[in-house]
Design a protein around this ligand. Structure first.
Ligand code: MN3
Length: 211
């Protein structure tokens, strides 16, 4: 992925079938090569007419979207968010994966949520509560604390000043081919392929020099 325009859809760091049997090959292919590609194409198309924004990073575009010209504000927010959220989602998958959090993150999650099973229940409940399309997130807030939140459509925690640690895409396109309308089954399967090493890195990067 380029740091700025023209954004490109870098290949997944694993095969489309790598998350089988939890997330199916066809869903992964369509999700990455079609859905994410469309967000990237739309973002590039918007930026092609705005050379003054072409050296901005994805994060800069998302965070500063409210300050951009009105005619491109929602395009940048929605497509920039779509690119960020999907890249984050794909980067936090692994198979085989550790069955539960590892490293410094494991201790922080125990402090915040009591136990891993307790976190799992709360995270699943949040992911199920998203009405329509969106995401559930594990984030670090301004006080340095872990929390769970949900976002609609392609909104991101970046806009709220939060640092993302982990997300699950609960748009139907993420699971419909295998799990049909059964989002709860998809969430249970997704827990098998959470890349806890990556999540732990996302967490420790939030506290440079501390760990
Ligand atoms: Mn998606």
């Amino acid at each position: 992925m380029n740091g700025h325009y023209k954004f490109v859809n870098t290949p997944l760091p694993y095969a489309f079938e790598a998350m089988e049997p939890y997330i199916d090959k066809k869903a992964m292919y369509l999700h990455h090569d079609k859905h994410l590609q469309t967000y990237i194409d739309n973002l590039n198309r918007t930026l092609s007419n705005h050379p003054e924004l072409q050296n901005w990073t994805l994060e800069q575009l998302i965070i500063n979207a409210p300050c951009l010209p009105k005619e491109i504000r929602s395009d940048i927010k929605n497509n920039g968010g779509g690119v960020f959220n999907h890249q984050f989602y794909f980067s936090n998958l692994a198979n085989p994966a550790f069955p539960q959090p590892v490293g410094i993150l494991a201790q922080a999650m125990e402090n915040a949520f009591g136990s891993y099973p307790s976190f799992r229940n709360q995270f699943k409940e949040a992911a199920l509560s998203v009405f329509g399309s969106g995401y559930a997130w594990l984030v670090v807030n301004a006080a340095g604390q872990l929390g769970i939140l949900t976002t609609k459509n392609q909104d991101t925690p970046l806009e709220m000043g939060l640092v993302p640690v982990l997300n699950i895409d609960v748009w139907e396109h993420a699971y419909y081919l295998k799990h049909y309308n059964l989002r709860a089954d998809y969430i249970d399967d997704w827990f098998h392929v959470v890349n806890w090493e990556q999540a732990s890195q996302n967490y420790t990067h939030c506290f440079p020099g501390l760990f």
